[in-house]
Design a protein around this ligand. Structure first.
Ligand SMILES: [Zn+2]
Length: 353
């Protein structure tokens, strides 16, 4: 279930941070433009394995995790249950500044054995997105249903649906995707006594059809797996999460991610991140909302080679050198904000394998 997806995450992070540092050196302070008034920014982290150094691309070392929890507990952040961010997106009150939600996908046993004691000790809430077939198959590195049920009883823990089969869902017909998600929902209800109301896309892969299916099933929100800040205008069924792993588990990266602000845009193209052959390479772009910042300070990076950024006033066009390769391609756009923070828009495009 663990993939090459991390490599592209890792590459785009590496570049984003590198250029972020270049910006900090090159761009004078006081950009001289107004921040939007109703602004708030929240960040969601996604983890997989803990202390499992055989899987560095999905693992977080325990000393890293302890340092991250200490930073999140002592720094200027507020770790909140994911439902607080979802409630804000559904019209509730804004979350606190620098709200951070911790999520963990797939329900590996190391979550129960290594991460859970640390999270409980720190009193930090988190959400576990469970993929049910893996547990039903009794794989030795996955949690048992009894362990999931034990976590589910804690007021610190929220359980989410992460599908049954952990498939590349956009590549299947909507009926099959719906059936797979419902099968997970039924297993969770049988085993835990309740059905989750939030969903995480396997591999963070989504399409317009899949989003519609997930909304149709009644989920309140759904989460991807690529970088980006959450804000008042975020699409509840396409919410980014910063992927955490061994190589990029340092505290500076954590601080940048958890302090990020949304990049408010309009006319985001293409609407569907799942690219048909006739729409590859995509005509990608967006328009910065007025007052959000100086368009010339915007920088965009991709794990695809040769991305060109063209600007016409507030309109930003992203031009790829050629068709995107099968699999996932990520684009990260950042714009410096006040107080050393960054506005961050991430997208993940998907091409069928
Ligand atoms: Zn997963």
């Amino acid at each position: 279930m663990k993939p090459s997806l991390r490599l592209s995450a890792v590459i785009s992070w590496h570049r984003a941070i590198l250029v972020a540092v270049m910006f900090m050196l090159a761009v004078p302070a006081s950009p001289g433009w107004a921040e939007a008034q109703e602004d708030w920014g929240a960040a969601i982290l996604v983890y997989h394995r803990f202390g499992e150094q055989k899987h560095p691309s999905t693992n977080t070392k325990l000393d890293q995790f302890k340092a991250q929890l200490a930073e999140l507990s002592l720094g200027p952040y507020r770790v909140v249950p994911l439902r607080e961010i979802v409630a804000a997106l559904r019209g509730g009150s804004a979350p606190p500044d620098r709200a951070v939600a911790i999520t963990v996908d797939d329900a590996y046993r190391s979550v129960y054995e290594a991460a859970w004691p640390l999270l409980r000790e720190a009193g930090l809430p988190f959400t576990l997105f469970v993929s049910t077939d893996l547990i039903d198959q009794g794989a030795p590195d996955l949690m048992t249903w009894a362990q999931v049920a034990e976590l589910a009883q804690s007021p610190l823990v929220t359980i989410g649906n992460h599908s049954a089969g952990h498939l590349h869902l956009p590549e299947h017909a909507a009926e099959k995707a719906t059936a797979d998600i419902l099968r997970a929902q039924n297993r969770l209800e049988q085993k835990l006594g309740f059905a989750p109301d939030i969903f995480a896309y396997p591999f963070g892969e989504l399409s317009l059809d899949l989003k519609a299916a997930v909304r149709e099933l009644g989920f309140k929100a759904a989460f991807g797996q690529y970088s980006g800040a959450i804000g008042p205008r975020s699409d509840r069924y396409e919410l980014p999460r910063f992927a955490m792993n061994e190589e990029f588990g340092d505290l500076e990266r954590l601080r940048v991610a958890t302090s990020s602000l949304p990049l408010p845009v309009e006319d985001l193209m293409p609407k569907d991140p799942f690219l048909k052959p006739s729409a590859n390479p995509p005509l990608a772009g967006f328009t910065l909302r007025p007052g959000v910042g100086n368009p010339s300070a915007l920088a965009c990076y991709s794990n695809a080679e040769g991305l060109r950024v063209e600007r016409l006033g507030r309109r930003v066009e992203l031009r790829f050198a050629g068709p995107l390769a099968p699999g996932r391609t990520r684009v990260n756009c950042t714009l410096p904000a006040a107080d050393g923070r960054w506005r961050w828009l991430g997208r993940q495009f998907l091409v069928a394998e």
